[in-house]
Write a protein that binds this ligand. Structure first.
Ligand code: SME
Length: 153
């Protein structure tokens, strides 16, 4: 049954949705939709992925408006998260130095790195047009997701 079951927790839904036999892009495409539906007031949800021999992120599967295609490590929230290998919760994008505004409407954001063998292979990025839309609980849930989906890479 190809539907998102709203009675499941995020991590349960992730586990139900992913299939290790599938190409990565198929799993990430469905996960981006899951994040978009699960987190309230999300304007953009998706992935940036690490280029193979370069510390640059490229746009992966997502839900939302068209977005920046390339982000060097250490630039913007996504690049900083990838560089530091740490999650970043941004309550107000105006207060994050170097924030990359793909959408001028974006107000808050959460970025969680996906770490495999001590390398950041990509990040999960969620944006909202509301200030302070994401909580530390949301961040923790996404960290749990990142830890499960690293095995898809
Ligand atoms: N705001 C992000 C860029 C990605 S988009 O918002 C989809 C950043 O500063 O890394």
């Amino acid at each position: 049954k190809m539907e998102i079951d709203k009675s499941l927790t995020l991590i349960q839904s992730v586990k139900a949705l992913i299939d290790k036999e599938l190409p990565l892009v198929s799993n990430l495409a469905n996960l981006s939709r899951l994040f978009f539906e699960y987190f309230k007031n999300t304007s953009w949800a998706g992935f940036y992925l690490k280029k193979e021999n370069e510390d640059t992120l490229y746009l992966g599967p997502f839900q939302g408006p068209v977005a920046c295609t390339l982000i060097p490590f250490n630039k913007g929230v996504c690049g900083t998260s990838a560089f530091r290998k740490e999650s970043i919760l941004v309550e107000d994008v105006n207060k994050f130095k170097g924030h990359i505004a793909c959408s001028s409407l974006s107000r808050s954001e959460v970025v969680v790195p996906i770490i495999k063998n001590d390398i950041c292979v990509g990040v999960i990025d969620l944006d909202s047009n509301l200030y302070n839309n994401f909580s530390t609980k949301d961040k923790s849930e996404l960290e749990e997701v990142a830890n499960v989906i690293k095995d898809l890479f």
